[in-house]
Design a protein around this ligand. Structure first.
Ligand code: SF4
Length: 198
């Protein structure tokens, strides 16, 4: 089916899957607001089905990593993500990553982390700020400060279930990098600082 939009896109050796444009945040630095984004038009006219996503992945074993990350929060499409990840695992994919805002448990009202076990190898959670007030100012979550506490709790729940857990921030005015690094350290997860996309 040719629906004229980009479901999969290549960055380096990794294949990225764009499965939704929905997100409960409105971050100041979101690539959806930049002129060129990541160089692909990632606006979806409709959300793809699992079958459509899988059809957009040819030879999945040839990529270093397959990453769920697009113009939106991939875990908003949880059932599609699980179905695609399970099929990719069956096709021999070693490394699957999800880039997330970490608010899925708040969004669904239950702990969805166990549902990702065995399907997701790396989860990269956007911490983005050193405290709830700074997070609200920068990411403008629909649920306010609760979103920040929820993402911290989500991170805790990922530890021991998902093999690799990363908290990430974007270099941005007002973001206290060292305080964020300490939060990651306290939670026992990796820490990554990203540059904003202009
Ligand atoms: S969480 Fe990600 S997709 Fe959502 S608004 Fe922020 S940067 Fe954009």
């Amino acid at each position: 089916m040719d629906r004229q939009f980009t479901i999969s896109y290549l960055i380096g050796d990794s294949l990225y899957l764009n499965i939704t444009n929905r997100c409960s945040n409105g971050c100041a630095f979101c690539i959806r607001k930049t002129e060129k984004g990541v160089g692909y038009d990632l606006w979806l006219k409709e959300e793809p089905t699992a079958e459509e996503v899988l059809a957009a992945v040819e030879e999945p074993q040839k990529y270093k990593e397959i990453v769920f990350c697009g113009y939106g929060e991939p875990l908003s499409q949880l059932e599609v993500l699980k179905k695609v990840a399970a099929a990719l695992k069956q096709r021999g994919v070693q490394s699957i990553r999800v880039n997330t805002n970490g608010q899925a448990n708040l969004y669904y009202g239950r702990n969805i982390v166990p549902e990702l076990a065995g399907l997701v190898d790396t989860i990269s959670i956007s911490l983005n700020a050193q405290n709830a007030a700074a997070y609200v100012a920068l990411c403008r979550p629909q649920k306010g400060e609760e979103a920040y506490y929820s993402l911290l709790d989500f991170t805790r729940k990922c530890v021991g279930v998902i093999p690799r857990v990363i908290l990430s921030i974007v270099e941005w005015p007002g973001v206290d990098v060292e305080a964020c690094r300490q939060i990651a350290r306290d939670l026992g997860v990796e820490f990554r600082v990203r540059k904003p996309i202009s």
